[in-house]
Design a protein around this ligand. Sequence first.
Ligand code: R5P
Length: 314
Amino acid sequence: MYREIAVFTGNSHRALAEAVCKHLEIPLGNVQVFQFSNEEVFVKYEENIRERDVFIIQPVVSPVNTRLMELLIMIDAAKRASAGRITAVVPYYAYGRSDKKDQPRVPVTARLVANFVEVAGADRVLSMDMHAGQIQGFFNIPLDELTAFPLISDYFSSLHLPAPCVVAPDVGRAKLARDLAERIGADIAIVDKKRDGNKEAAEAMTLIGEAAGKDCLIVDDEVLTGGTVASAVKLLRARGANSVRVACVHPVLAPKAFQVLDTPDLDEIVFTDSLPLVHGEFKSVKSTVLSIAPLIGDAIHRIHTGGSVGALFR
Ligand code: R5P
């Protein structure tokens, strides 16, 4: 067994790391992570981590490449400080959308990032609702993938909506929508979405299923520009939905999302605190944040003690 848990964070999301430590009833570890004037990242652990079970909490948020380098350099520094084991806790795994070679002469960057994390010296990865299941297989080290959808479905069950209908904003999320609909006893509908090449523009073409008179809940892993869900919201309203809500795990939320989603057509947007909101806030639409800190904290505790992580979801 390793010595005691030590949790550290870079500059991605200190509030989440502090909330995880509060749940674990341990102090957040002391580490310096900053950039020199030439933009190079520097890391120094300010406490002894020799043989300790080190967890580095660092979702890869904007500025993505800087936060990724912070994560890699923190792993390297922990390795060289003789940490017993290093777990990269990356609730949001950036570059996850680049998970396959679906056009000629393009990279599979999600795989490249996995290689970086391993080469830096991580022994394990703890992530949440990655964009695609196959990303797990890009790692040759153990990876635990948590899901926040039970949290989201419990929240929606608590609203006691009269005619709930879970909506997949594209066919890729159909299974997720079905699972959630079964969990909360709702109907299901699927949007047929079209994207124009690599442009960040999405169009909801048609709806498979009924929206008239329904309380619709659009579910997605992440929202970036908001184009996918804004287009689905319009379509559902046009088809006579009674209410429309959006839920996502990762609020990547580029500046544009705060414009297109702050609309009276939307009753509520729900997301987790897997990422901080770095590009703005919602002014008129109701936004609800569900914290993943207890889930991450429980998973860390189970990894440290050799308990089952899967049992968290049974
Ligand atoms: C796509 O497959 C994802 O699940 C999301 O729908 C997508 O990343 C959202 O992007 P945007 O908000 O820019 O439409």
